[in-house]
Design a protein around this ligand. Structure first.
Ligand code: 4AD
Ligand code: MG
Length: 474
């Protein structure tokens, strides 16, 4: 039986078999067993007098074991039920001298170096169960809304964001690279007969499917070779990208807000135990911080706040006015001072708006065209595009999206102005040639959502094996 289902029953007296890993073994008598199905451990009581000495010695933290016994009401305090062990089998021992995950507090930095074992800690198992539930909540939301799930390619010939931050995919021999007469690398000899990269976003391909299936979403890994060593950036992260025919920017914002609230509501219902644990963990962490750095809200409170309150919608132009007149800007406290309209917003500005000014999630819209991607729809003012970013407390940007430019001539002009080769995007332009329609979509960084929902502070701790600059261990 899984410990999760066992701990839910009160049907005592039954004989059960449970399999899992020893968290602790106390007084030669009490095993705290965890099988990953739930936060709680199952107390298993062994009768050491009737047990083989060698067997007793190998019940160490980390060992994988099978327990057969009677499920009974607990004789002791701290748990309602326990197992009276009648038989114990050890699948694999864990040498206490060398097993790194001992029953004491390990730092998150230490555990990052043991990423292959860290899921055996209470914190990481809770985080990863939440991550799994969030992914399910995502699929459930879109299914209920009538969206089709499409899988967009991971290897691609186009740069969706036009930012040039892509990892190359090649099967060429580095030692023996073919060159053209002009002295360039001859990609016609490469596996695909052309230059290819890992995708930064599934959006462009998702758009093609929205123009036939109506409402679609992708949910897959995306890759960015940007050298950002922050607590919010990964080189490999998962992105959820819905794309909807006949949606304008307002419909897009409505959907994004509903989506986030829905998914968070889902974990409030499904993951109460893990959330309570993480809420408590955050409170403990906070105690060791100076007053000014403590969170004003607990984790559960923060999630409920987002679910229950409207996101504040503010245009880029309004935001710039607020920032320009803000105290930190006047006192030159920002690293990047905001002096004029058109400035790109840094995370310090986004966080000021969300955490200091509005105190709630904010949707910024209508950004200057010059700081946004080529595919965003030009507004009538000819200066701004129908873009929207959702900014979250403690996170900064969690969603980036837009209404797409559906007018062929306008799009061609934009592509040219941005120095992108139109030929690479012939199929994307075809969508504007045949049955073009207004449409919109957005991308939500899954790990940033997991960060928010778990209260963890480093994005490296919410994905099993983080890939960041100079780090691709495991
Ligand atoms: O704002 P971005 O770059 O938008 C796009 O890629 C669009 N094509 C999405 C779309 O409209 N379909 O990225 C979207 C989101 C960001 O808001 C952020 O949450 C996340 O992806 N993100 C990252 N998450 C972790 N590490 C990184 N390096 C990230 N870069 C973006
Ligand atoms: Mg963005």
């Amino acid at each position: 039986m899984k410990i999760k289902s066992l701990l839910k029953t009160s049907a005592t007296g039954q004989q059960v078999i449970v399999k899992g890993w020893v968290r602790t073994f106390r007084a030669n008598r009490f095993i705290a067993l965890n099988d990953g199905s739930t936060l709680g451990n199952l107390q298993c009581v062994v009768d050491f007098e009737s047990m083989d000495d060698a067997l007793l010695k190998s019940i160490n933290t980390g060992a994988a074991i099978k327990i057969t016994g009677n499920y009974i009401e607990s004789q002791g305090k701290g748990q309602s039920h326990e197992i009276q062990v009648t038989d114990l089998h050890i699948y694999g021992e864990a040498d206490p001298e060398s097993y790194p995950i001992q029953p004491k507090k390990h730092s998150l930095e230490f555990l990052r170096e043991k990423a292959h074992l860290r899921v055996r800690t209470t914190t990481f198992s809770a985080v990863m169960r939440l991550r799994s539930a969030l992914a399910f909540g995502v699929h459930q939301f879109f299914r209920n809304e009538g969206f089709q799930y499409v899988n967009t390619p991971i290897i691609t010939g186009s740069d969706a964001e036009g930012a040039g931050e892509m990892f190359r995919v090649s099967a060429l021999d580095f030692e023996n690279t073919p060159f053209t007469k002009e002295g360039n690398i001859d990609f016609s000899k490469d596996f695909f007969g052309k230059e290819t990269h890992l995708t930064v976003s599934g959006q462009l391909e998702a758009e093609t499917y929205a123009m036939g299936l109506g409402e679609v979403y992708t949910f897959g890994p995306t890759f960015r070779a940007e050298n950002s060593n922050t607590t919010r950036h990964l080189a490999e992260f998962w992105m959820i990208e819905p794309e909807m025919a006949f949606f304008d920017l307002n419909d897009n914002m409505d959907l994004a807000e509903k989506f986030i609230k829905n998914v968070l509501n889902y974990i409030l219902k499904e993951c109460e135990e893990d959330l309570i644990f993480l809420d408590d963990r955050l409170k403990q962490e906070d105690k060791s911080k100076p007053q000014a750095e403590r969170s004003s809200m607990g984790l559960l409170e923060k999630i409920k706040f987002v679910v229950e309150n409207e996101f504040k919608r503010v245009s880029y132009t309004e935001a710039i006015d607020i920032l320009r007149n803000s105290k930190p800007n006047k006192k030159k406290k920002f690293k990047f001072n905001i002096d004029k309209w058109g400035a790109d917003l840094q995370s310090e500005h986004e966080r000021f708006l969300v955490e200091k000014h509005f105190n709630c999630p904010v949707i910024l819209y209508d950004y200057p065209a010059t700081i946004k991607a080529f595919y965003m729809r030009m507004n009538e003012d000819q200066k701004t595009v129908s873009a929207m970013d959702i900014l979250f407390p403690g996170i900064g940007e969690i969603v980036g999206g837009s209404q797409r430019e559906e007018r062929l001539d306008v799009l061609q002009k934009r592509i040219k102005a941005m120095g992108i080769d139109e030929k690479e995007l012939w199929w994307y332009l075809d969508l504007r040639r045949f049955g073009s329609a207004p449409h919109s979509g957005f991308g939500l960084g899954f790990e940033r959502l997991v960060l928010f929902a778990t209260g963890m502070s480093n994005i490296r701790d919410v994905i099993p094996f983080p890939r960041t600059p100079q780090n691709a261990a495991f």
